[in-house]
Design a protein around this ligand. Structure first.
Ligand SMILES: [Mg+2]
Length: 424
């Protein structure tokens, strides 16, 4: 389950999927491992009795996140779908057992799953909490071919963690990902280079990574229904409707995906950093708004500092209970990566652009126009602007908080107003 942005454009920007200069000299062996109904499987591993009844992990109704997050095999028989409301799911299956999510358990299971992957290769690239790509090209002499490694990994995860995974084995990431969807649960599917067309081309084009429903609709208009249609499609027609992305998708359909499985710890540099939240209650007064904005700005600033970036602009998106949203941005007097400065700008934007009488449903804080400018601050001691001294002091304070959190965990230090706060 990929829990990143629904719009795939940032991925396009950072990927080198279509760069032919990256083409390897020989075929790689790439695995994509995808845990089946991950949240539900984790819960069942802990409570085996859950396997005997239709069960779904759902966000709670009180928290306004009352949707199905994952369901077990028995619940699937009732046609219960991920992301539908608890209410709709209960209508289909009145006896459905509803389980609240325990995210700590899922991240622990995810870590243990990835630990197993690392025993077969150091080239592991997680894609969300329950999926990872593995490049095992360098390990086949030691552990056997891709299928043998995939089967060994499945068996170990089942024995050691009690959950099932589906694995796709292929010569690139896009086909490995597609392979892991072919057979579920607990299966290995191989898409070899010499036979990929007969396996992949008859499949609907939506099975291809990055082809979402709106791209599929566009493709349908020019007669592309299957991956094979895409592979044979006229390039001019494709680029007319989808631009460069259309041409890249055709390359994928032809098996020309040369993106590397990125090494441990790799994280692409962000183009912008945002954090938004629907709080437990609507924001009713200035105190609520101030807390919300500060809370969100802290994690935005932390991510900026992690990448040694500063933002020149701060923007906010505010949603009111009638689902109307307002988007406003402002340029800062100097680039910053400090939460104290980001939250000040964000709070100003919220206050200036909302009616103080009306409640707020959700807020998002965005750091935009990212730059490395302030990184050089410490090297330029000759001329100091008046704000720089204060900035440096605050920067050491906030970096100290980062260091404490890195060492002792996120909960080790935080803002006092977050304690027992009714909003989070
Ligand atoms: Mg999954």
């Amino acid at each position: 389950m990929y829990m990143g942005p629904s719009d795939c454009s940032p991925l396009f920007r950072v990927s080198n999927f279509h760069d032919k200069s990256q083409a390897p000299k020989s075929y790689r062996t790439v695995l994509h491992c995808d845990a089946n109904s991950f949240f539900a499987s984790c819960e069942t591993a802990l409570h085996p009795e859950y396997a005997l009844v239709p069960m779904a992990v759902c966000g709670s109704v009180e928290d306004r996140h009352g949707i199905v997050l994952a369901k077990n095999e028995l619940a699937k028989k009732y046609n219960i779908k991920t992301a539908e409301t608890v209410w709709a799911a209960k209508k289909k299956c009145p006896n459905l057992l509803i389980v609240r999510p325990t995210y700590q358990l899922y991240s622990e299971m995810s870590r243990r799953m990835n630990d197993i992957f690392y025993q077969y290769t150091d080239l592991v690239e997680p894609f969300g909490v329950d999926e990872s790509w593995l490049d095992v090209s360098g390990s086949v002499r030691l552990f056997g071919n891709g299928k043998r490694i995939a089967d060994a990994i499945r068996e170990r995860i089942l024995n050691e963690l009690g959950i099932t995974v589906s694995v796709g084995v292929s010569f690139n990431k896009v086909f490995a990902k597609l392979g892991s969807d072919l057979k579920k649960p607990n299966a290995t599917s191989v898409i070899p280079p010499e036979r990929f067309a007969s396996i992949v081309w008859p499949l609907p084009v939506t099975d291809l990574l990055f082809v979402g429903s709106s791209t599929a609709k566009t493709l349908e208009r020019i007669g592309v229904h299957t991956i094979g249609d895409l592979a044979c499609c006229d390039e001019a027609a494709l680029s007319e409707v989808l631009g460069k992305n259309g041409l890249m998708l055709k390359e994928f359909a032809l098996g020309h995906d040369y993106a590397e499985v990125t090494v441990k710890g790799y994280e692409p540099e962000p183009k912008s950093v945002s954090n938004g939240m629907t709080f437990r209650h609507n924001l009713e007064n200035l105190q609520d708004i101030s807390f919300a904005v500060t809370y969100l700005s802290m994690s935005v600033a932390e991510r900026l500092r992690k990448h040694s970036l500063c933002c020149k602009n701060v923007a906010v998106t505010v949603r009111t209970p009638d689902m109307k949203s307002v988007n406003r941005s402002a340029m800062l007097s100097h680039p910053t990566c400090l939460y104290s400065e980001i939250s000040k700008a964000a709070l100003y934007l919220v206050r200036e652009n909302t009616n103080p009488e009306s409640e707020i449903y959700s807020v998002t804080v965005h750091a935009e126009k990212l730059t490395r400018e302030n990184e050089f601050l410490y090297q330029q001691q000759l001329f100091t602007e008046p704000w720089e001294d204060k900035y440096k002091k605050l920067h050491s304070l906030e970096s100290a908080v980062d260091a404490i959190r890195l060492r002792y965990g996120r909960e080790a230090i935080g803002i006092a107003s977050a304690l027992n706060n009714r909003l989070i």
